[in-house]
Design a binder for this molecule. Sequence first.
Ligand SMILES: O=C(O)CCC(=O)C(=O)O
Ligand SMILES: [Fe+2]
Length: 205
Amino acid sequence: MQLSAPFDDAVIDSLIASRWCTIEGFLDPATTRSLAASCRGFADADGLQLAGVARESRHGPSRGDHTRWLGDTGLSTGEHAYLLRLNALRRFLSRGLMVRMADVEAHYALYEPGAGYSRHLDCPGDDFSRIVSTVFYLNENWLDADGGALRLYFDGEAPRDIMPVAGTLVLFLSRYIEHEVMTATVPRMSIASWMRHGSTPKLRN
Ligand SMILES: O=C(O)CCC(=O)C(=O)O
Ligand SMILES: [Fe+2]
């Protein structure tokens, strides 16, 4: 797959109609594998930190993932490819949704077995600078029995579970979709990203 492969207009239609969608094969398998190896490497070298909400808050959502922001210490080839593709998607969505998203922020996340992230919105307090949330999954050979779904909640409808399978990118409108990371029985790796209005400082949580 080319990094410059076009995105399907159905992505825009789904985001408008349902406020979420998935893109399969967002990156090629080799790049996806290299990102998984980097995430594992950071974990092994103590290069991930317990995420902000877990460290700082006794109220609000509880969260057990360990994270590392992309770009804090330069970019690997795989990270560069990921951010190129994500920024192409940001420009595509900005046009399609007619919302100016100027910026992305992205972090690796590793959930060890038993860790989750309770039901929450990605817009803490009154900060609505995050417009679109995306999560790119890095887990090859994931089984339903491993758990670890991302559960999306909707008013008056059954929740939807997305399995964190390598190559899948899930997208949703940050302001509207409450969601939860269910615990897994094996380590669960991803890159969570947000497309934002560019005018406010990054949230870093
Ligand atoms: O990993 C996921 O599926 C979702 C992560 C999430 O909700 C977050 O980082 O805010
Ligand atoms: Fe979230």
